[in-house]
Design a protein around this ligand. Structure first.
Ligand code: HEM
Length: 354
């Protein structure tokens, strides 16, 4: 059942990113009333007719995708609950809670969407709609990673490096919040007649870009620090994040200096989702808490195993050590097992404990 849950979790991520982009297409092409009624598209039909043109098609596609997102989330919830009923473990409980979170994101988005209409596309509420999608992505991403990683693990990573990644995550969220404020202040907020935030778009865009530079600097710092401490998984995730940020930054500058063409603004929305997912991937690579003793013992063992190119040493919930991120070559498994045994033996009972 876990492989199915894993695929469904991934489908949730893809579907939620897709609906952000198609929602953006509805806004950017002025197709908000492409289908003038709901749930039907016209009084006579559920689908748009030829006279409604491209606006009808765009609005209708977005509505259809909304249904797909709902069905995928419901299927995920059912599978996660069935899995939990069979397994009854802390992990299966965690998975079903995350699936519930993803599913509840849909009615929550429905409420925010309704308030958006009732407030005549108030830019703060429109922005909240985007940010709520980022929240759903957090739950969907955690669900996916948990179903991939299996048992929750504790990565052996120096505390300050973990804190640096947490700060970076907060800065990444700030960049996204500032981004939606820029949008709410500029030409693409709601529609042509919608209110704006009243803030100067140039000043907010400048601030948005400034915080992007801070984010880039932090990401590069994490990459160097992760390499210095032999945390390959974190270094890899930081490098991917830097690459995604650079691409997104280029789109940001080009759209700014070319008068915000719709196609680039749409691409920038997709890029924002990818930056957020890359940030979550980096955060996930440092997941877990561990204290000084475990760090000291685990750090030494992790170093030894890293040297051998066997991936990273992690501690599971029971405090047992294990290597992740790499298939262990059977030719070298034995010496590593012996080294691990030595570390565990140093604690007396064969377990790494806090
Ligand atoms: C890590 C890099 C970046 C991220 C994650 C990011 C994120 C975002 C987000 C989430 C939005 C709101 C999208 C929407 O609601 O439609 C936005 C809008 C915007 N961003 Fe960025 N951005 C980044 C880099 C940049 C850079 C370097 C610039 C350069 C000035 C820039 C300029 C803009 C502008 C002008 C808008 C408003 C577009 C509109 O009118 O709809 N962004 N950004």
């Amino acid at each position: 059942m876990i492989p199915l849950l894993r695929r469904l979790a991934l489908a949730n991520i893809i579907a939620n990113v897709a609906i952000v982009v198609t929602g953006g297409a509805v806004r950017l092409t002025g197709s908000g009333l492409g289908c003038p009624t709901w749930p039907r598209c016209t009084d006579a039909s559920y689908v748009p007719n030829a006279e409604m043109g491209i606006h009808g098609v765009i609005e209708f596609s977005n509505r259809m995708l909304g249904w797909v997102v709902g069905v995928v989330a419901l299927a995920t919830l059912v599978v996660a609950f069935l899995h939990h009923r069979r397994e009854r473990t802390a992990t299966s409980r965690g998975l079903s809670r995350l699936a519930l979170g993803v599913f509840l994101g849909i009615p929550a988005q429905g409420v925010v969407g309704g308030i958006t209409v009732l407030t005549d596309l108030n830019p703060w509420v429109v922005g909240l709609h985007f940010l709520a999608s980022m929240g759903v992505l957090v739950a969907a991403y955690a669900l996916w990673r948990r179903s991939v990683d299996g048992r929750a693990t504790r990565t052996v990573l120096p505390g300050p490096l973990r804190q640096l990644v947490q700060v970076l995550t907060a800065v990444s969220a700030a960049v996204i919040v500032l981004g939606v404020i820029v949008t709410g202040s500029g030409p693409h907020a709601g529609d042509a007649d919608a209110h704006r935030t009243g803030l100067d778009p140039e000043i907010v865009a400048q601030f948005h870009a400034d915080v992007v530079f801070l984010l880039l600097g932090l990401s590069a710092a994490v990459w160097f620090a992760a390499r210095a401490t032999g945390s390959r998984r974190t270094a890899r995730a930081a490098l991917v994040l830097v690459a995604v940020e650079l691409s997104q930054g280029v789109i940001g500058f080009v759209q700014y200096f070319t008068g915000l063409p719709e196609i680039l603004v749409g691409l920038h929305m997709l890029g924002a989702c990818l930056v957020w997912l890359a940030t979550l991937s980096l955060l996930w690579s440092t997941r877990g808490a561990h204290d000084g003793r475990r760090e000291a013992v685990g750090g030494a063992a992790a170093g030894a195993e890293e040297e051998r190119g066997l991936g990273e040493l992690q501690l599971d919930q029971g405090g047992r050590a294990g290597v992740v991120g790499h298939q262990v070559d059977p030719r070298v498994e034995e010496p590593v097992a012996a080294a691990r045994h030595g570390v565990e033996g140093a604690l007396g009972d064969g377990q790494l404990r806090g």
